[in-house]
Design a protein. Structure first.
Length: 320
């Protein structure tokens, strides 16, 4: 079994390629508008070897998908998670333990909601003050993901894809599989920063990268200290919910000011709950709060979690 920081990093990159590849594959197959144009391109190449093949940009592809974009997100994310779970099962990992899928306490869910609500409203306030040239590019990229349809069916699909499916799938991949792999071989902050950088890059664009990078740091720390991706999923769902639908509201300056103050208070309350209730019995917790990786968190043979007190797996006896 290969081990080491390089192996952990490149395995994480492969997980992302799996996630993005599933989206690209479903988009290509599912777009009724794209397929005929691709066939037309192929026919032009066959009839003229010197014909230039035009590769469409990401925004162009999303525009081609139009009203089907949320169906594509839903199907591709479910497909990617299914492939990941099959892979982990094939490698004989105990999936729930490896991905840290555990039931959180009620106060943990409350902390997650407060942090998410506070962060997304503060973020939207900051974005509203950004220079127009930066925001024009961001708005153009964002519009490629919006169908513009306000019918019940379209809104239902947007909620299903953006608020439910995407947070679950992305947390399983990033704070689940990727963070677990990185944390086996990296100390706390290198693992957090690498996972967050990969998460930001997966969302494209400078503005998207910036706020998803910060969001991922929050999510990684919640995953680290609460030993579960469920509160991470909660944060992600609330963040996407407000991020997607606040644009439908038209608020006065006074209402926006009250909302911003409420968001700051909510984020502060969430932070207080985080520091007051975070768990500190990780197997690699060292004296004085210094984190150090002494051995792999999970057995590389059977995937069982190590208790950190032995050089051998308690499940299969494999040397850690």
């Amino acid at each position: 079994m290969k081990t080491g920081k390089g192996y952990a990093f490149w395995t994480s990159v492969l997980y992302i390629l799996l996630f993005s590849g599933a989206q690209a594959a479903v988009a290509a197959v599912g777009s009724y508008a794209l397929i005929p144009r691709l066939i037309s391109q192929v026919m032009n190449i066959l009839s003229n070897p010197y014909y230039y093949f035009d590769l469409y940009s990401l925004e162009g592809l999303f525009s081609e998908l139009g009203p089907f974009i949320y169906a594509v997100i839903t199907i591709s994310d479910i497909l990617a998670v299914a492939i990941l779970l099959i892979y982990l099962s094939h490698k004989k990992y105990k999936t729930k333990e490896y991905l840290e899928i555990t039931k959180p306490e009620t106060k943990t869910v409350l902390m997650a909601v407060l942090l998410a609500f506070g962060y997304v409203i503060i973020l939207m306030s900051i974005l509203g003050k950004m220079p127009s040239d930066i925001m024009d590019s961001y708005a153009q990229s964002s519009s490629a993901l919006a169908s513009g349809d306000t019918s019940f069916g379209s809104i239902f699909m947007e909620v299903l894809a953006v608020v439910l499916v995407a947070p679950v799938s992305e947390e399983i991949f990033f704070r689940g599989a990727i963070y677990s792999r990185l944390r086996e071989h990296f100390d706390l902050w290198p693992a957090v920063l690498i996972c967050s950088a990969l998460f930001g890059l997966q969302h494209f664009g400078l503005v998207w990268f910036s706020y998803t990078f910060v969001l991922s740091i929050i999510l990684c720390l919640v995953r680290e200290y609460y030993q579960s991706i469920v509160p991470c999923i909660t944060i992600h769902m609330v963040f996407n919910l407000f991020g997607s639908f606040m644009g439908y509201l038209s608020l006065s300056k006074t209402a926006n000011a009250v909302l911003l103050v409420s968001a700051i208070a909510a984020f502060a309350a969430g932070a207080v709950l985080f520091f007051a209730n975070k768990k500190e019995h990780r197997p690699y917790l060292e004296a004085l709060g210094i984190y150090e990786v002494k051995r792999s968190l999970f057995c590389t043979s059977c995937g069982a979690k190590s208790d950190g007190n032995s050089n051998f797996c308690s499940n299969c006896g494999h040397k850690l």
